[in-house]
Design a protein around this ligand. Structure first.
Ligand code: G
Ligand code: G
Ligand code: MN
Ligand code: NA
Length: 254
């Protein structure tokens, strides 16, 4: 109730900031790109986490303008980042179910790409099973449209849902993100290690690249490298950070 009240007008009051968490190449530790993660600081409520406000933004429809702000900010940051570093980075943005009900979504994305002069294949949208479970044709059509534009699609939180495998077969995903709950126990539990190993092999045989989420320890990185994982993301490298910090972020593997 209080969150909802404050959420109205939060965009106009400039209370949001997009943070970025780097994604690194397992082989050489180089930066591949970053995931955009929204942060909200409100004068009355202080910092409110996305787990608290995203569901309310979804219910109220406020996620539509807020999500557009995230896309705009992320692309303009990517343009700045690529220019500053002379590297072809990727930016990954989370899309939630309600955003697909916006008839203007695809046109908005196209315009944001052309305004920032970003090549569509440097933009990735992270989709959870929750989006696909809705089972509406407008979602299938939007995903197909994004794919045709050359935008990358990644299946987020892989392994936590009920029908991930059938969705992998049904949709044109480019990236599989292994949920951090599996990475957590990877060095401790043989079952988790075996599951991650099999997931990576399956993804590769389907032509997908694999990102491991929630890497917190060096031992996890070493094991993921042995298992052939492509990219990693997690507190071991960096938590989500403001744009200006990412511009200065350098990771050295050793
Ligand atoms: O930022 P944090 O790491 O606490 O993210 C918590 C959850 O909020 C994640 O599931 C993430 O996908 C979601 N989230 C964060 N930023 C955004 C955003 O910009 N859009 C949407 N739809 N979800 C987001
Ligand atoms: O979109 P997704 O649900 O995957 O959101 C990523 C969430 O995971 C965000 O809340 C982000 O802050 C969090 N996160 C990122 N790296 C780590 C990590 O290494 N450990 C833990 N516990 N959380 C992480
Ligand atoms: Mn995500
Ligand atoms: Na997620």
């Amino acid at each position: 109730f209080e969150i909802e009240g404050q959420l109205h007008g939060a965009l106009e009051r400039n209370e949001f900031e997009v943070y970025y968490q780097p994604q690194l190449n397992v082989k050489d530790g180089s930066i591949m790109g970053a995931e955009a993660l929204l942060r909200w600081r409100n004068p009355m409520l202080g910092n409110v986490t996305p787990d608290e406000f995203i569901p309310i933004a979804e219910q109220t429809g406020l996620i539509v303008p807020i999500g557009k702000y995230v896309i705009e900010q992320s692309l303009s940051f990517l343009s700045e980042w690529q220019t500053a570093s002379q590297q072809d980075y990727m930016i990954a943005v989370n899309l939630s179910p309600r955003q697909f009900r916006d008839n203007d979504l695809i046109e908005f994305i196209k315009k944001a790409l052309s305004d920032t002069n970003i090549n569509p294949d440097h933009l990735e949208f992270e989709i959870t099973e929750g989006v696909l479970m809705i089972g509406k044709s407008y979602i299938d059509e939007a995903l197909l449209e994004l794919h045709k534009l050359g935008i990358k699609l990644s299946m987020d939180d892989f392994g936590t849902g009920y029908s991930s495998l059938s969705y992998l077969r049904q949709y044109a995903f480019d990236v599989l993100k292994i949920d951090r709950s599996f990475i957590n126990g990877i060095t401790l539990k043989k079952e988790d290690c075996d599951l991650v190993k099999a997931t990576i092999a399956m993804a590769h045989s389907l032509g997908l690249v694999v990102v491991a989420e929630g890497v917190e320890m060096r031992e996890q990185l070493t094991l993921l490298e042995d298992l052939g994982c492509d990219y990693v993301q997690g507190y071991y490298f960096s938590k989500p950070i403001p744009a200006r910090e990412l511009l200065e972020f350098k990771h050295t593997k050793n």
